[in-house]
Ligand binder design. Structure first.
Ligand code: HPA
Ligand code: ZN
Length: 333
């Protein structure tokens, strides 16, 4: 099964590009850009990656973004991620970026988008990884700031496939962003949102009804509300679950306590993703291996998880069919 997990073509739907900043690269960018860091070494920084909740992670994550300053930084960051997951047989990835974490430091939207998308294009040509870029609004900031961000993104909409919502969840319900998501919809952008990671099931409901999202990021707290589970099953709403993120941020005390298997048994469209792999101890393969170790899934279940991601992606029907075929072939081999 471990060999199968390694060779299976994989689709990633929940990945924050800023969360792929490995400590070594963080220190290299800091040196190049003359940024003084609060941790003395790579080892000391890694040592600090012991989180007790979402906020304790976000504090370090936003601190880390300070080293990202030039188009070249964003290009190299994205290229390094793509090289790593190419070696794990990721064939398609949908990538969040948090523009406000950069524009608030005086970095232009164009610098960020140009760097990321130059790498994505090269990743497609040289590594055979297709991709979509998702602009994510920071929910701890107000809706007006999200509107400013959407306006700044307008010249780049040909390279942005959807909008998302992330950052500190509790106290910042999806309804806070109803108008800016409506404006994004007017521009033809589909929507996704983080909901039910630390926040209550009501936030999942709000994301569906008020933001009209096509999928829910995390959504693990849905199991607390049987009526909502039934609705997500009925409407086949995908959930982008991030197992190592959930254990590292103490959403669950350990992998065996994760509700992933229960969610699959309910018939929910669950997918496996890495979220912020540089901070949570693993990319796609490590996430699959962690759930495999905890639940001992059979081939069919692994294939279902993979195919769910293909189906839930922003790809067109022909591209979906092509990847699904490759997945089936790898599992039957
Ligand atoms: N949740 C909320 N905000 C985030 C996350 C997450 O898992 N990763 C990066 N920003
Ligand atoms: Zn996330």
């Amino acid at each position: 099964m471990r060999a199968l997990i390694a060779r299976m073509p994989k689709v990633e739907l929940h990945l924050h590009i800023e969360g792929t900043l490995e400590p070594e690269q963080l220190f290299a960018f800091a040196r190049r850009n003359g940024v003084v860091l609060s941790h003395p070494s790579v080892e000391a920084l890694r040592e600090a990656y012991r989180f007790h909740n979402l906020q304790s992670f976000l504090d370090l994550y936003y601190q880390g973004t300070a080293v990202l300053q030039t188009e070249r930084d964003f290009y190299e960051l994205t290229m390094a991620y793509l090289e790593r997951v190419a070696a794990q047989n990721v064939v398609h990835t949908e990538i969040f970026f948090d523009p406000q974490s950069h524009t608030h430091r005086g970095i232009a939207m164009g610098t960020v988008v140009d760097g990321i998308t130059r790498a994505l294009k090269e990743g497609e040509q040289r590594l055979g990884i297709s991709s979509k870029l998702i602009l994510s609004f920071l929910r701890h900031l107000d809706e007006e700031d999200a509107f400013v961000t959407l306006r700044q993104a307008q010249p780049y909409l040909d390279r942005i496939a959807a909008v998302g919502l992330d950052s500190s969840e509790v106290g910042h319900p999806p309804s806070k962003f109803e108008r800016v998501f409506a404006a994004a919809r007017e521009l033809g952008l589909p929507a996704v949102a983080h909901a039910g990671e630390e926040g209550p099931p009501e936030y999942i409901m709000e994301a569906l009804e008020r933001l009209q999202v096509m999928r829910i990021d995390h959504g693990v707290r849905v199991v607390e509300c049987p009526g909502l589970v039934a609705r997500l099953v009925e409407e086949a709403i995908p959930l982008t679950v991030c197992p190592l993120s959930n254990t590292r941020l103490r959403v669950f005390p350990d992998m065996k306590s994760h509700t992933l298997k229960q969610m699959m048994d309910y018939g929910l469209k669950v997918t496996i993703n890495s979220d912020d792999p540089a901070y949570f101890g693993g990319y796609m393969t490590e996430n699959f291996l962690a759930v495999q170790d905890a639940f001992g899934f059979d081939r069919q279940t692994l294939l279902t998880l993979g195919l769910n991601a293909v189906e839930a992606s922003l790809l067109g029907p022909d591209e979906k069919a092509r990847i699904a075929e490759r997945m089936r072939a790898a599992v039957e081999q």
